[in-house]
Design a protein around this ligand. Structure first.
Ligand SMILES: NC(=O)c1ccc[n+]([C@@H]2O[C@H](COP(=O)([O-])OP(=O)(O)OC[C@H]3O[C@@H](n4cnc5c(N)ncnc54)[C@H](OP(=O)(O)O)[C@@H]3O)[C@@H](O)[C@H]2O)c1
Length: 324
């Protein structure tokens, strides 16, 4: 199948492309002039240069595609406007290009986020139909894009809401691996509960969303099986790295200091940083937990890897590739 993919150069996208190639699909990747192609060294890939912010550049990308997987997005930004431009406006431009130049598309799979749904208020894992209440600008921008898709008439979208994703090549959850490798297990405030996804499990969910007819105009959470605490997760990371780290408790009230500093540095360097006021709002939440029974029942989704296996594979990759 000829599948147009945005965000292929990114962490999740590069894994998705490998799975598409293994299945014998023909991926067509949207890349920017500045994109780094280091994770896409495959001659079978077709590249189209364009930018989600430039609607006219999307015509060749969407033409002739049987399906589109839209992963490109902004996970770090300095302002709400930057998140909206990256996640909401970019999605509108892409959908409009498809509606105009390739209206018979079979499926449009959108990478939203658990952040669009927001945290669970009471620890009960959220279901897809629970009323969304994002706590961050990032989550709001993803929810806006979801709402736009749901308001289209008959557009064949499927929304996937991943939680925090880890795996080879990831640079965000990697921070926890780096700290554990240095012998530090950071615990912020009271222990937190979370759903998390190994990138290979998530890619399996994306492919099911692409294939299954019943997924048309539906939304799914895709995660590893089970719910973890941050303490258990960091312990798993430490075990995978063969470390016995020292637990360091950081009071939540102290978090705003590095976030403000990081925001200031980001403004000086003119680029978004990993830690920001927006991210702190997310870190402060106690229950980033979701229920994946809808994906299991309707898509037949079953994670191929346990979190322990995913963490071990990820740790091995960081070590073998000199990241740790
Ligand atoms: N990683 C997670 O934990 C996680 C969790 C939940 C949801 N998600 C969502 O999943 C998607 C993929 O995440 P990721 O972690 O793989 O992100 P990533 O590594 O930061 O990659 C982002 C991708 O988006 C592309 N992109 C950004 N703006 C673009 C534009 N204007 N035009 C064309 N391409 C553009 C980037 O292209 P360049 O190479 O040119 O920069 C890159 O390929 C995102 O939508 C994210 O919000 C991620």
């Amino acid at each position: 199948m000829r599948i147009a993919v945005t965000g292929a150069t990114g962490f999740i996208g590069s894994h998705l492309i490998e799975s598409l190639l293994q299945k014998g699909d023909h991926p067509v990747c949207l890349i920017r002039k500045t994109s780094n192609l280091q994770w896409l060294p495959y001659p079978e890939i077709e590249f189209v240069t364009g930018n989600l912010q430039e609607p006219e550049s999307l015509v060749d990308f969407v033409k002739n595609a049987e399906a589109v997987i839209h992963l490109a997005g902004i996970t770090k930004a300095r302002t709400e406007a930057e998140y909206r431009a990256g996640n909401f406006a970019g999605t509108i431009n892409l959908v409009r290009a498809i509606q105009k130049f390739n209206p018979e598309i079979r499926r449009f799979v959108y990478a939203s986020s658990q952040a669009a749904a927001g945290p669970s208020p009471d620890g009960v894992p959220l279901k897809e139909d629970d009323a969304p209440h994002p706590v961050s600008a990032y989550g709001r921008s993803k929810l806006e894009a979801e709402t736009y898709l749901k308001n289209t008439e008959a557009f064949p979208f499927t929304i996937i809401r991943p939680p925090a994703v880890y795996g080879p090549r990831d640079k965000d959850v990697f921070s926890a691996f780096k700290l554990c490798a240095r012998g530090i297990q950071p615990l912020v405030g009271k222990d937190k509960y979370l759903s998390i996804a190994f990138v290979k499990n998530l890619v399996k969910g994306f492919l099911l969303a692409l294939e299954k007819e019943c997924a048309r105009r539906e939304t799914y959470f895709i995660t590893d099986d089970g719910i973890l605490t941050w303490k258990t997760l960091t312990q798993m990371i430490a075990n995978a790295l063969g470390k016995k780290p020292i637990r360091i408790h950081i009071p939540e009230s102290l978090l705003s200091v590095p976030a403000e500093l990081s925001g200031l540095i980001g403004n000086i360097l003119n680029r978004p940083m990993l830690l920001s006021r927006d991210k702190i709002m997310e870190i402060r939440q106690h229950f980033w937990t979701v229920d994946i029974s809808k994906a299991k029942v309707e898509l037949g989704y079953k994670p191929d890897f346990t979190t322990e296996e995913g963490i071990r594979e990820t740790a091995r990759w960081y070590l073998e590739n000199g990241w740790l």
